[in-house]
Design a protein around this ligand. Structure first.
Ligand SMILES: Nc1nc2c(ncn2[C@@H]2O[C@H](COP(=O)(O)OP(=O)(O)OP(=O)(O)O)[C@@H](O)[C@H]2O)c(=O)[nH]1
Ligand SMILES: [Mg+2]
Length: 613
């Protein structure tokens, strides 16, 4: 067996926000890929607009730096549990991983998830305790907890023999011993060169596994992956082996490798490297590209199952078609099926209704990001409340259960525990740091978390953080009855005015400003009682000859609560929808008129069925 001593392939893995992308910044900056006076900013790899806005990584991406003549291919991965599919998609390209752990938060559920994956793939780990610069860091304890995690997850004894570095990704420093003064990130590069095995080269003709796809207008489809065997050059004849074993013949157009943020066109690339090739217009992620001499398929990438589903339907609200560029079922359908090419943990299914598709994902955020992306592309559609995906295993109905970690203050324990009890959560751990900060860990069915985020941030006044990661499927725990109050639904179409909204504010909270166009059945606020009510927010004050009293001249409205897309999805009940257009996010009742809703509720009372939330 040969090795490529001039290359290392590493994946950076961690829980959300533990500093992966910032560490990549530090590696890129140190390797002098930028001109001295070039302003490069932060989170350089988070180039996608939504990534920048939300400050999180959504897609795994490749880059590379050269240190002492060795090319280090770096794969930055997302840490949010909803994008776990991205980690699963790319880890097979690496031989080693940097497991980052925040020096205060310590290992979190997603740290465990990604480490388990890395251990199963046989990656050689380096532990990086990050954010050393933060006050209150508790490094010894965090290291101990990380070691415990390795003891639990390591598959072979040599995986327990991992080096530990201490870093401040933000300051661009890493050290091998605590107490040393950090100067730069070189100790991390040294450690990678020394501890991460160089890629093994199998002998034989060209073979690569496609781990990602990209597109550009000049090159068309770009297939990205690691070469396991042989070499590849422009104009080489190759075949791709599809999921069903079918073989398609192609000619490679161009071959690129990575260097910093660029694709570098090369005359040849060899086994061990991560490359991008063009010319294969029908290739899919998971396919093998190989020499026609020996077209053997590599094992396909395994991706975890989705846990939540919601419907995407063509917009049928009274305002349908007025804002979007793509509004038809055909366009919606084509866009969703296209998404499947790169969004591997997504599933799309046709339903009995031709205008509606069922879309399944790894969590509410996974689906919300897709919705937001499509809305920005000009799509207009309506989505339903997300539901946890249940299934039958060996004759038993099972449902997804998650580990929920909450970092909060002592004062909120009682209220959170009560809220979560109603959602079938079980407290499994509670740790207090002696300074009023507490970490609560619950096991909770996914269905209990839907609609929880808004209630959580209100109850803790935005002062707490929650994280949920899939744990396992468990026998169905029974239905949960919705505890959300009713809504204020507009009773007429028109323009909302201050007077009408002021009346609505007498009943609860409102979601819209005066001047907003509304239609009958559109949700304009939250009632302070359990029942829905219809209310005319377009109603003007009657003009009379008598001078209005002073209070009528200047009604001061409480500012509306403006729900973000994620909050809107989290808010709605089963008989409601979120209408998404490039310009607006509106909430609506499925049945728009009060008459329809009354008829429906009396017929459903007759069938006397409990409504799950
Ligand atoms: N104080 C301090 N903050 C850091 C350090 N490294 C990262 N951060 C901050 O932590 C936050 C998250 O950093 P990211 O690099 O986006 O974290 P990430 O792991 O890539 O997050 P995801 O990709 O969304 O999982 C940012 O506000 C960073 O500035 C560090 O060493 N010290
Ligand atoms: Mg990141």
């Amino acid at each position: 067996m040969n090795y490529r001593s001039d290359i290392r392939n590493i994946a950076i893995i961690a829980h959300v926000d533990h500093g992966k992308t910032t560490l990549v910044d530090a590696m890129l900056k140190q390797s002098k890929v930028f001109r001295n006076n070039q302003v490069v900013g932060e989170l350089i790899m988070d180039q996608n607009a939504l990534e920048r806005e939300k400050g999180i990584t959504i897609m795994a991406k490749n880059t590379a730096v050269v240190y002492q003549g060795v090319k280090i291919n770096i794969i930055d991965t997302p840490g949010h549990a909803d994008f776990s599919g991205e980690v699963e998609r790319v880890v097979s390209m690496a031989d080693g991983c940097l497991l980052l752990v925040d020096s205060i938060e310590g290992p979190m559920p997603q740290t465990k998830f990604v480490l388990r994956l890395a251990m199963e793939m046989g990656l050689k780990p380096i532990v990086v305790i990050n954010k050393l610069d933060r006050r209150n860091s508790r490094i010894a304890e965090v290291l101990k907890l990380t070691e415990d995690l390795f003891l639990e997850l390591a598959i072979s004894a040599d995986q327990l023999d991992f080096p530990v570095l201490y870093a401040s990704a933000r300051e661009g420093t890493a050290v091998t011993e605590l107490g040393m003064k950090g100067k730069d990130i070189a100790p991390l590069f040294e450690c990678i060169l020394e501890k991460i095995p160089p890629p093994k080269i199998e002998s034989g003709p060209f073979q690569m596994l496609v781990s990602n796809l990209d597109y550009d207008s000049h090159n068309g489809k770009i297939a990205i992956g690691r070469i396991w065997r042989g070499k590849v050059a422009p104009h080489d004849p190759v075949v791709s082996v599809g999921v069903d074993g079918s073989v398609t013949h192609y000619e490679i157009s161009e071959v690129f490798t990575y260097l910093s943020l660029k694709h570098l066109k090369v005359e040849e690339a060899k086994a061990g490297d991560i490359v991008a090739v063009t010319g294969l217009d029908k290739v899919n992620i998971g396919d093998t590209i190989a020499s026609p001499e020996q077209p053997e398929a590599l094992p396909r990438i395994e991706i975890g199952e989705p846990t939540v589903e919601m419907t995407f339907g063509v917009n049928i609200s009274p305002f349908a078609g007025s804002e979007g560029r793509f509004c038809t079922t055909r366009q919606l359908r084509a866009r969703l099926y296209k998404e499947l090419e790169t969004n591997l943990s997504l599933r799309v299914q046709d339903t009995d209704s031709p205008d509606t598709l069922l879309v399944k994902g790894r969590g509410e955020l996974h689906l919300a990001i897709l919705i937001e992306t499509m809305r920005r592309e000009g799509y207009e559609f309506e989505v339903s409340r997300p539901e946890a995906i249940t299934k039958i295993v060996d004759g038993t109905l099972v449902e997804p259960v998650e580990v929920l970690t909450i970092d909060t203050k002592d004062e909120y324990i009682a209220v959170l525990t009560e809220m979560l009890n109603k959602r079938q959560a079980q407290l499994t751990d509670m740790r207090n740091d002696g300074h009023d900060n507490v970490r609560l860990v619950f096991h909770v069915p996914t269905k209990g978390l839907i609609g929880f985020r808004n209630a959580f941030s209100t109850a803790t006044r935005g002062e707490s953080i929650m994280n949920a990661t899939f744990l396992s499927y468990e026998p169905y725990h029974g239905d949960i009855i919705s505890t959300r109050n009713g809504v204020l639904a507009a009773s007429e179409q028109g323009i909302a005015v201050t007077y009408g909204l002021n009346n609505a504010q007498g009943r609860g909270f409102t979601f819209i400003e005066p001047g907003t166009l509304v239609y009958e059945g559109m949700i304009v606020g939250l009632n302070s009682r359990p029942k829905d009510i219809a209310i005319n927010v377009c109603k003007e004050k009657k003009k009379t000859n008598i001078r209005a009293s002073r209070s009528d001249i200047a009604i001061k409205l409480t500012p509306p609560i403006q729900l973000s897309l994620e909050q809107a999805i989290d808010f709605i009940n089963n008989d409601e929808l979120v209408e998404v257009t490039p310009g607006n996010i509106r909430l609506r009742k499925k049945l728009l008129t009060q008459g329809q809703r009354l008829r429906n509720s009396s017929s459903s009372r007759r069938s006397a069925k409990k409504q799950p939330i």
